[in-house]
Design a protein around this ligand. Structure first.
Ligand SMILES: [Zn+2]
Length: 95
C-alpha cells in the first residue's frame, strides 16, 4: 500500500489521520526516509503501526503505511474483516 503526495501539508494531515508521531529519520542518496510510529505505542504495546515517508529532493513525498493499528485490547471495532463477514451473513439470511 503506498500513496504519493506532493506537499508537506498533505503529509502533516496524513500523520494526524493515521495517529502517528515522529520516530526517526534516515538520509538516503536520493531521498530522506522519515519513519513515524503509532502515537499510542506506550498504551498499545503490541501496536507496530508505522507510516514511512520517502521525501525526494524534488519535493515528492511517497508514503507507505501499515495495514492497521493493533488496539484490540480496547477497541474491538478495529477488526474490520470480521465485521464485514458478519454483515454479509446478515444480508444473505434476510434474502
Ligand atoms: Zn496503534
Amino acid at each position: 500500500m503506498d500513496e504519493t503526495i506532493v506537499s508537506e501539508n498533505d503529509l502533516m494531515s496524513l500523520i494526524k489521520s493515521h495517529n502517528v508521531s515522529f520516530y526517526r529519520k534516515e538520509n538516503c542518496k536520493n531521498y530522506d526516509s522519515i519513519t513515524y510510529r503509532c502515537s499510542q505505542y506506550r498504551t498499545f504495546t503490541k501496536c507496530q503501526y508505522q507510516l514511512k515517508a520517502k521525501v525526494y529532493h524534488d519535493g515528492i513525498y511517497q508514503i507507505f503505511y501499515s495495514q492497521h493499528h493493533e488496539h484490540d485490547e480496547l477497541l474491538e471495532d478495529t477488526r474490520l474483516p470480521t465485521d464485514l463477514s458478519f454483515f454479509s451473513e446478515l444480508n444473505s439470511a434476510s434474502s
